[in-house]
Design a protein around this ligand. Structure first.
Ligand code: AAO
Length: 511
C-alpha cells in the first residue's frame, strides 16, 4: 500500500483512470459515425473553444461491409483487420485529426473492438472497408493475421457456440456474442496483435480507449493486453502517461458478471446511471427528482472515480444493449436536456455527452424496425457534417453537443470542477436545486406546477446570466437574469411550461 502511495505521489502510478484532459476540461463527447475530417474541424471550430475535453470516435479499424440491410451502423463492430481504414476515413485523415484535436487541447478516445472479429455468418471474400480478404467460415483473417487457432470455439460449451445465459460467466466470456467470432485473448499471440493495434493508435497520439464488449473478455486477459501498451505520445502528454481505459460492462445487477471485477483495469461504464435518471425524469415507477439528493454511490452505483457516465449511448438510444424504454434521447428533447443538465452539474463520474444522427424511426409492435440505419450518407458514403447559420448541424446530424443548454452545461462542469455538492433543496416532489461550492448553482422544475422560491445559492452577490435560457454576451444576458444578494440567496421562478424548466448560473456567467 505504501509502495502504491509512493508511486502515485511520484506520478508513476497507472493513470488508466485519468482521461488526460487539458486543464480543467471535464467531459467527452461521442461523435458517433463522424468522418475524421469533420472531427478535426469540429475540434478547432467548436470543441476546443467551448471547453470539451475529448472525443470518443467510432471504431477506426477495417470492418465488414454489409449490404443487407444496407450499410448498418453496426457493421463497424465487426472487425476484419486492424488497418485504419473505414467509412470515417483513412490513416492519413485519422492522423491529421488526432494532431489537430490535440493541438487545440481536445483528446481522442478510440472505440476498440478487440473481443471479436466479424459474425460467423459473414461469409468469405473482400466485402470489407479496405478490401482485405477474410473467410468467416474458416475463421481466417490474413490481414491481421488470425486463423482458426486464435478463436475460442473449443472453449465454449454451449453446443452452438453462442451466449445463451448471462448468469454463466464462462459463457459470457468464452462463447460468441450475437455470433461474433470470439478471439482467444488467453493466447499471447492474440494479445500481441491486439496490443500492436492499440500501440499504433497510441503512437499516433490518442489518449485512451473504450473497450467494446469488455464484459465478454476475462479481466485478466484485458490486463495482459494493457500491460503491453506504450505510454502516451510525449508530443502532447507528460512522460509516463498511461492510456485512459473505460470498459463497456453492462451491469444492471442480477447477472453473473459485475462491474467491480474490471476496476483494476480502468474505469467502467455505469449503465444504471442513464436507466435510473431516465426513470426519474420521466416520473415512472413513482420516482421523483427529490430522491436524487443522494444520487451516485447512494443509488448503488460504482465508486465515482471508477465510473464513466452518460444519459444515453449509441446502443440504448435505439433499443440495442441495455437500459430499456426509460432511456432519454434527443427524440425527447425537453426531458433529455434536463437529464443531461443534471448529469453535467452533478459531481459523480466522468461524463460523456452523446452526439447522434437522425434516422427514420419506425416502431412496429413496440420495436423500431429501422434501428440498424447508418449515418447520413450518399450511396453509402458518409455525409459531411455541415453547420447552419444558427450554429446547429445540417445533413441529418443532430449535434446535441451544440445545443445551447448542453454546451453551456459542459462549460458549467468545467467552472465548478473540484467543488463540493452543496445547498441541496427540494420540495419533496420534482422541484430540486443544488450548488457546487461557491462556483455554481442549478434549479429544476419537473413538477406540473410553477416554481417560485428563494434559495441559498452559495454564490457571491451579483447579477448572473442563466446559461440555459441564454448566454452571457458582451457583458449582457441574452436570457434570464438572477440576482444573488449579499447573503447568497436568490429568487427563482420557473414555469412548468417553460421551454426548458431549469436555470443554471455559475462564477463565469456573472455580469
Ligand atoms: C449484428 C446483428 C446480429 C448478428 C451480428 C453478427 O444485429 O443479429 O448476429 O451482427 O452478424 C452492435 C449491434 C449488434 C450487431 C453488432 C455487430 O448492437 O446488433 O450485431 O454490433 O455488428 C450486449 C453486450 C454489449 C453490446 C450489446 C449490444 O454485452 O457489449 O449487447 N454492446 C457493444 C457495442 C454494440 C456492438 C457490440 C458490443 C458488439 O456497444 O454496438 O453491437 O461489438 C443483457 C446483457 C448485456 C447485453 C444485452 C443485449 O442486457 O446484460 O450485456 O449487451 O443483454 O444483448 C435488461 C437487462 C440487461 C439486459 C437487457 C437486454 O435491461 O437488465 O442486463 O435487458 O436484454
Amino acid at each position: 500500500m505504501r509502495f502504491l502511495l509512493l508511486l502515485s505521489a511520484l506520478g508513476l502510478c497507472w493513470a488508466q483512470y485519468s482521461p488526460h484532459t487539458k486543464d480543467g476540461r471535464t467531459s467527452m463527447v461521442h461523435l458517433f459515425e463522424w468522418r475524421w475530417v469533420d472531427i478535426a474541424k469540429e475540434c478547432e471550430r467548436y470543441l476546443g473553444p467551448k471547453g470539451f475535453g475529448g472525443v470518443q470516435v467510432s471504431p477506426p479499424n477495417e470492418n465488414i461491409v454489409i449490404h443487407n440491410p444496407s450499410r448498418p451502423w453496426w457493421e463497424r463492430y465487426q472487425p476484419i483487420s486492424y488497418k485504419i481504414c473505414t467509412r470515417s476515413g483513412n490513416e492519413d485523415e485519422f492522423r491529421d485529426m488526432v494532431k489537430r484535436c490535440n493541438n487545440v487541447g481536445v483528446r481522442i478516445y478510440v472505440d476498440a473492438v478487440i473481443n471479436h472479429m466479424c459474425g460467423a455468418g459473414g461469409g468469405a471474400g473482400t466485402s470489407s472497408t479496405c478490401g482485405s480478404y477474410y473467410n468467416a467460415h474458416n475463421r481466417d483473417f490474413p490481414a491481421v493475421p488470425y486463423s482458426g487457432w486464435d478463436f475460442n470455439d473449443g472453449k465454449c460449451h454451449t453446443g452452438d457456440g453462442e451466449i445463451h445465459n448471462y448468469n454463466d460467466a464462462y459463457q459470457v466470456r468464452d462463447c460468441r456474442l450475437v455470433s461474433l467470432l470470439d478471439l482467444a485473448l488467453e493466447k499471447d499471440y492474440v494479445r500481441t496483435k491486439v496490443a500492436d493495434y492499440l500501440n499504433h493508435l497510441i503512437d499516433i497520439g490518442v489518449a485512451g480507449f473504450r473497450l467494446d464488449a469488455a464484459k465478454h473478455m476475462w479481466p485478466g486477459d484485458i490486463k495482459a493486453v494493457l500491460d503491453k501498451l506504450h505510454d502516451l505520445n510525449e508530443t502532447w502528454f507528460p512522460a509516463g502517461s498511461k492510456p485512459f481505459i473505460f470498459q463497456e460492462v453492462i451491469d444492471l445487477g442480477g447477472e453473473a458478471i459485475s462491474s467491480s471485477e474490471y476496476f483494476g483495469n480502468g474505469r467502467v461504464t455505469e449503465f444504471k446511471y442513464g436507466a435510473k435518471l431516465g426513470t426519474v425524469i420521466r416520473k415512472w415507477n413513482g420516482e421523483k427528482m427529490a430522491y436524487l439528493k443522494n444520487w451516485g454511490e447512494g443509488w448503488g452505483f460504482m465508486p465515482s472515480d471508477r465510473a464513466l457516465v452518460f444519459v444515453d449511448n449509441h446502443d440504448n438510444q435505439r433499443g440495442h444493449g441495455a437500459g430499456g424504454a426509460s432511456i432519454l434521447t434527443f427524440w425527447d428533447a425537453r426531458l433529455y436536456k434536463m437529464a443531461v443538465g443534471f448529469m453535467l452539474a452533478h459531481p459523480y463520474g466522468f461524463t460523456r455527452v452523446m452526439s447522434s444522427f437522425r434516422w427514420d424511426r419506425n416502431f412496429q409492435n413496440g420495436k423500431d424496425v429501422n434501428d440498424w440505419m447508418g449515418p447520413p450518407n450518399n450511396n453509402g458514403v458518409i455525409k459531411e457534417v455541415t453547420i447552419n447559420p444558427d450554429t446547429t448541424c445540417g445533413n441529418g446530424w443532430v449535434c446535441e453537443h451544440r445545443w445551447r443548454q448542453i454546451r453551456n452545461m459542459v462549460d458549467f462542469r468545467n467552472v465548478v470542477d473540484g467543488q463540493p455538492f452543496v445547498n441541496w433543496w427540494d420540495n419533496g416532489s420534482n422541484q430540486v436545486a443544488f450548488g457546487r461550492g461557491n462556483r455554481g448553482f442549478i434549479v429544476f422544475n419537473n413538477d406540473d406546477w410553477a416554481l417560485s422560491t428563494t434559495l441559498q445559492t452559495g454564490l457571491p452577490a451579483g447579477t448572473y446570466c442563466d446559461v440555459i435560457s441564454g448566454d452571457k454576451i458582451d457583458g449582457n444576458c441574452t436570457g434570464i437574469k438572477i440576482q444573488v444578494s449579499g447573503d447568497g440567496r436568490a429568487h427563482f421562478s420557473i414555469s412548468n411550461s417553460a421551454e426548458d424548466p431549469f436555470i443554471a448560473i455559475h462564477a463565469e456567467s456573472k455580469l
